[in-house]
Design a protein around this ligand. Structure first.
Ligand SMILES: [Ca+2]
Length: 105
């Protein structure tokens, strides 16, 4: 009967994939809303934060991130292309340093 009792509903996993290719730090918050004839309920937000300044992916922003970035930059690795403009140039260094000094969200 609609509206009475507890229902087990299986919904396939929903995945949102966002590839960050620029010098961005990003926080994403998402909620689940379930609606029936009685109204709707909204879950608490699940939050995911990605910090561009953590270039070596060790979970912290520190001086080694600068050296890791510069190693990639001198190697012309695509990971050093962080300014949103195609190609690797001096502005990528300034863009990365700007993100690094801004810190992590
Ligand atoms: Ca790091």
């Amino acid at each position: 009967m609609p509206g009475i009792g507890t229902f087990d509903i299986s919904i396939p996993e929903v995945m949102v994939a966002i590839a960050i290719t620029g010098g961005l730090s990003l926080t994403i918050a998402t909620r689940c809303v379930v609606t029936n004839d009685c109204g709707s309920e909204t879950s608490d937000a699940a939050t995911i934060t990605v910090c561009a300044a953590d270039f070596d992916c060790d979970g912290a922003r520190a001086v080694p991130d600068i050296f890791a970035f510069l190693a990639s930059w001198f190697a012309q690795d695509s990971s050093a292309d962080v300014d949103g403009v195609p190609g690797i140039g001096v502005p990528d260094i300034f863009s990365f340093l700007s993100a690094w000094f801004a810190g992590c969200p």
